[in-house]
Write a protein that binds this ligand. Structure first.
Ligand SMILES: [Fe+2]
Ligand SMILES: [Fe+2]
Length: 190
């Protein structure tokens, strides 16, 4: 399927703001893929589709997850924000016929990260933080870090996420902790 087709598919599934975000994530993902040696086409596809189910209603998302044979753990059940990565990964497989496991995983884990992430998964995780329309406090630092080291950018992203989650007394998913721990432990070894 062409880039244009993916854009046409996602457009009616979300508001204008999120559509712009998806295009920007795809664009940033292509740029990171070229810099770090990942496949730019896969980066575009994963980026443009990463939030495909984010604006579907929560019950519909739970249905998609269920139909995909995925059982949510206790933390995921209480965190609707985590559902769209999982439901999106099932949706692109079942509705768009995407079979590439790396693209499917990049969509699935873009909200939490996980241990053992592929280059493509890291790129989508980061591009979601650094896409052109993002304007949170620290986004410029995040962008600079992403051009120097994907791992450094991820550590910075987790500092942001963990402090936000803990300040709101929300649970931190083990996938996020495992991802963070793996990166900092590898850094200490290196
Ligand atoms: Fe997302
Ligand atoms: Fe996103």
């Amino acid at each position: 399927m062409s880039k244009q087709n993916y854009c046409e598919i996602i457009k009616p599934m979300m508001g204008d703001k999120r559509y712009t975000h998806c295009l920007n994530v795809a664009k940033e993902a292509v740029s990171l893929a070229k810099q770090y040696g990942a496949d730019p086409d896969k980066a575009y596809t994963s980026g443009v589709l990463h939030d495909i189910t984010k604006e579907l209603n929560p019950d519909k998302q739970l249905q998609i997850i269920h139909d995909g044979g995925i059982i949510l753990d206790d933390i995921q059940k209480k965190a609707p924000k985590l559902w769209h990565g999982i439901s999106g990964s099932v949706y692109v497989k079942s509705h768009l016929g995407i079979t590439d496991e790396d693209i499917i995983n990049a969509i699935r884990y873009h909200t939490t990260g996980r241990s053992g992430m592929s280059l493509l998964e890291k790129i989508i995780f980061i591009a979601d933080f650094t896409s052109a329309e993002r304007d949170y406090n620290g986004v410029e630092t995040m962008r600079q870090k992403s051009k120097l080291s994907l791992e450094e950018a991820m550590i910075f992203g987790f500092q942001f996420t963990f402090s936000d989650l803990s300040s709101r007394e929300l649970a931190i998913h083990p996938d996020e902790l495992n991802c963070y721990n793996e990166i900092v432990l590898n850094k200490q070894k290196g």
